[in-house]
Design a protein around this ligand. Structure first.
Ligand code: AMP
Length: 280
């Protein structure tokens, strides 16, 4: 992106400063053959594509641009730029990489590394059983990706089973890839950031309570959401009140060690949370 310039912070660290980014204005179809749909989000469709010059496969994420301030459909230009800017800063084996960005009247098209093993969720659903040892191989990779983001002060804010994908589901230990940086934010020191977003079952209490948000909100993880209520309001109430239990149906065979790990992640007081990632 030619309009991304670098500025120095007071710590001397060089960080990108975004003005109005310009993405490639050429037709994406001239450079990529667009194939079948891989998935979709609220305002995005992801399709497989093949780079004409190299023959390499990628995933093209077509993000609908919001056409006017009055409209509620589509994504604000500044939000798309934020997603792109964050993806450009990320190079980690457990996180999807960004290859290129195109733009036309209606969409911004992110050309992403193709993650072809599907969602971790589907992989686990198809397996008869998963040992704790196998689970730790996935958890470790998820935490390594997260640690990388958090060292860069980037919060993902939308970690959930659908956004944890596998590069190749047939590998002996499939490689995890975190995807979807649509809600991700760089957390600036001393700048308060509050927002209500995410997916009810998986959001942290500070999001439900509209309190200042930080990296800790990503450390609110468990397998099945133990907070799920009859309604969205019940679910959010359970999260805020820390009302949860390890249902025998899901956690009957789970060791105390694993439950303790989850308990430490389901910590309402955010000042204790970040240590878990830093020191464990
Ligand atoms: P997103 O809006 O980024 O969550 O993308 C919507 C859906 O498209 C995801 O839930 C995935 O099923 C699929 N998808 C997104 N990115 C990729 C990718 N890089 N490779 C393969 N599938 C993807």
């Amino acid at each position: 992106m030619d309009s991304t310039s670098l500025m120095k912070t007071f710590k001397g660290e060089r960080v990108p400063r975004i003005t109005m980014a310009t993405f490639k204005q050429q037709q994406v179809e001239d450079f990529y053959e667009i194939g079948e749909e891989l998935g979709s989000g609220q305002f995005a469709i992801v399709k497989q594509c093949c780079e004409r010059s190299s023959g390499r496969d990628f995933a093209a994420k077509f993000i609908k641009k919001r056409q006017s301030n009055a409209s509620r459909r589509g994504v604000l230009r500044e939000e798309i730029e934020r997603e792109v800017n964050i993806l450009q800063q990320i190079h980690h084996p457990n996180i999807v990489t960004l290859h290129d960005v195109f733009e036309n009247k209606t969409d911004v098209v992110l050309i992403l590394e193709l993650v072809s093993g599907g969602e971790l969720f589907d992989f686990l659903a198809q397996k008869e059983s998963l040992s704790e040892e196998e689970a730790t191989q996935f958890i470790k990779q998820i935490l390594e990706g997260l640690q990388y983001l958090h060292v860069k002060n980037i919060a993902h804010f939308d970690l959930k089973p659908e956004n944890i994908m596998l590069l190749d589901k047939n590998a002996p230990v499939p490689r995890i890839k975190l995807i979807d940086f649509g809600l991700a934010h760089k957390i600036a020191e001393g700048v308060e950031f509050k927002n209500i977003f995410g997916t009810p079952e998986f959001v942290a209490p500070e999001i439900v309570n509209y309190e200042p948000l930080g990296l800790e909100a990503d450390m609110w993880l468990s397998g099945a959401s133990p907070f799920l209520g009859e309604t969205k309001q019940d679910t959010l109430g359970n999260i805020s009140a820390m009302n949860y239990e390890f249902d025998d149906e899901f956690f009957g065979h789970t060791s105390e060690l694993a439950k303790n790990f989850i308990r430490q992640l389901l910590e309402k007081d955010t000042k204790y949370v970040i240590d878990l990632l830093t020191y464990s």
